[in-house]
Design a protein around this ligand. Structure first.
Ligand code: NAD
Length: 498
């Protein structure tokens, strides 16, 4: 059986004692296994990073950017193979896998301009003969811990910014689909990145804890579920590290009575069911405003959902493929039963879905609930599957209160033709990323990504200038070049510019 190892100092690492299974979710069978590393494996990676990082930091930023530029060309060359590898382990359809890689590449493109982003501030003549300037310097060694659902995009969010600004970076990808991150690291080497600057350590909680406790790792970027994000944030910051930890989500789409419902249904189908709902920016809750809107929306949604095609990840006509694991399929179906038990109306039931020839595959059919209420656990918690819930609101105020009060605050969308309502909504809603007639408002690479409340611990977002700030620290220099003539007495008073 194919064994996936690490990428430590350019090698696969020492033989492992423990392994994790990697499934083919289309077949529901174990296809490969991944080494689950230890603190000793991490120690070797840190040693290689420590040796390589000062030279990389001293390389001028334009030269560093050129490595990213070559990497982008290599990924584009290998796009089809990478997408096939990604789909085979994750289960998302090929076109969506290309999107996963492309969204990561867009952060690489942003980083090709890193010399500009690293320019500091300068004040000439801040005092008599005194100039003040600031520089952004790398932290040293950073680490990233990533989830299964975007095995290309999220590692690239972190790695490209971290290394572009001059750090060494150690990635611990999800143990469920580790092959694409490993391949991306190999392409970075091929692009000319010095050995030790980007390494991959495979593993589970044991490796995560080793990262969080390692005294030489200055910063940790985490993306995954909220309980683990909170844990990583607490343990990492207690060890004195800078930590950003993005968590789960329950994104709402508010549908105002004046919205274009045909457009909304088209947008919702993709946003709720694309990638089998395994996206932190999926839209699993729709909030029609007013009974009339609710009835009209429901009537249009049912046929649209019934027309969705669930298929293997290589089926070019499939709208979405299997979910990632048998446990996750069971968890989603458990939530569907819970919704029924809590008294929501199950309008379309996706349980028991099988595909001929792939009977053991981890497929879940599209599911629709109506009359879901805020008191229900199935509303409060993240299901992370192809399940859309209708929560009816009487008016705009009730609609805006729902996502604002929810424990998660990743993304939200409003569908309306009324500019005033949209503007009010964007300014008042208690959520980090807002779409106006945009169902999945994932910000472009040169803006930044981050949710609020239990969707994000820490205060700095991913990529864009926020990413540059996360992976660097500011040094401020106050400089004076006296001409040799003594000026005044020694001062025992705090210097002022008065
Ligand atoms: P997960 O929390 O199970 O795993 C994420 C990472 O944490 C993995 O690398 C895993 O190995 C590690 N991990 C798992 N259990 C751990 C433990 N007990 N201690 C320490 N580390 C542990 O998440 P997942 O299932 O891979 O991904 C799905 C989740 O990620 C969803 O909740 C989704 O909303 C969230 N997500 C959030 C964002 C965002 O930007 N906010 C983006 C993508 C995914």
């Amino acid at each position: 059986m194919l064994e996936i190892g690490h990428a430590i100092a350019g090698e696969a690492g020492a033989p492992a004692q423990r392994f994790g299974d990697i499934y083919d979710p289309n077949l529901g069978a174990v296809a490969k296994r991944v080494a689950l590393g230890t603190a000793a494996d991490l120690e070797r990676a840190v040693a290689a990073a420590r040796a390589a990082q000062p030279g990389w930091a001293a390389t001028n930023p334009q030269r560093r950017a050129r490595v990213l530029f070559r990497f982008k060309e290599l990924v584009e060359r290998e796009m089809d193979d990478l997408a096939a590898l990604l789909s085979a382990e994750h289960g998302k359809v090929l076109a969506d896998s290309r999107g996963d890689i492309q969204r990561g590449l867009e952060v690489v493109e942003f980083c090709c301009g890193i010399p500009h982003a690293l320019k500091g501030e300068y004040s000439q003549g801040a005092g008599p003969g005194i100039d003040v300037f600031s520089m952004r310097q790398p932290l040293g060694i950073g680490a990233g811990i990533t989830p299964f659902n975007f095995p290309a995009m999220i590692p690239l969010w972190m790695a490209s910014v971290a290394i572009a600004v001059g750090n060494a970076f150690i990635l611990k990808p999800s143990e469920r689909d580790p092959s694409v991150p490993l391949r991306l690291a190999a392409l970075f080497q091929e692009a000319g990145l010095p050995e030790g600057i980007l390494q991959v350590v495979q593993g589970d909680k044991e490796m995560v804890d080793a990262i969080l406790d390692h005294p030489d790792i200055a910063a940790v970027s985490f993306v995954g579920s909220s309980d683990i994000a909170h844990y990583v944030y607490q343990r990492g910051t207690a060890a004195g590290k800078r930590v950003q930890a993005m968590g789960g989500a329950k994104n709402h789409g508010i549908v105002m009575p004046d919205a274009d419902l045909d457009q909304v249904v088209q947008d919702l189908a993709g946003a709720a069911f694309g990638s089998a709902g395994e996206r932190c920016m999926a839209l699993p809750v729709v909030v029609p405003v007013g009974a009339e809107t609710a009835e009209a929306l429901r009537a249009r949604l049912i046929p649209a959902i019934e027309a969705l095609r669930v298929g293997v990840s290589t089926d070019p006509d499939a709208h979405y493929g299997p979910v990632v694991s048998a446990q996750h399929k069971a968890r989603i179906e458990h939530y569907i039963q819970m919704g029924v038990d809590e008294g929501a109306e199950l309008v379309v039931d996706g349980r028991g879905f099988t595909l001929q020839g792939h009977e053991q595959g981890f497929f879940v059919g599209p599911t629709l609930f109506d009359h879901v209420t805020p008191a229900m656990r199935t509303y409060q918690e993240e299901i992370f599957g192809p399940v859309l819930q209708i929560v009816r609101a009487r008016d705009f105020e009730e609609a805006i209160a729902l996502p604002s009060a929810h424990q998660y605050g990743n993304g939200v969308a409003i569908f309306t033709r009324n500019g005033h309502a949209a503007r009010e909504f964007a300014s008042r809603v208690n959520v980090g990323m807002v779409g106006i007639n945009v169902p999945i408002p994932v910000p472009v690479a040169y803006h930044s990504f981050g949710g609020w409340k239990r969707s994000g611990f820490g205060d700095t977002n991913q990529h864009g200038m926020e990413g540059v700030r996360f992976w660097t620290r500011t040094k401020t220099v106050t400089a004076r070049w006296p001409d040799g003539s003594l000026q005044g007495d020694s001062s025992f008073v705090i210097p002022t510019m008065g």
